[in-house]
Design a protein around this ligand. Sequence first.
Ligand SMILES: [Zn+2]
Length: 83
Amino acid sequence: MQEKRKIERTCIACREKRPKNELERYVLSAGGKVIRDPEKDLPGRGAYLCGNEDCLKAAIKRNPFSRAFRGRADISALRAENG
Ligand SMILES: [Zn+2]
């Protein structure tokens, strides 16, 4: 039996690699809005932020989602939730 390797993802704010279960997943909704995916089961491309509050703040300020999702990323929902 082969040992499973931990899946790692990069926080889009601080660029640090972490195991997937330590990261918050965000996805792009059909309307182009970035929404949090607490159950990590929504379809589509995901972007990840670590649990660091500064990273969330930086993400809301600088919107690294637009790069992660290649151009279109409306973070107004996140702003409303965390502003
Ligand atoms: Zn981070």
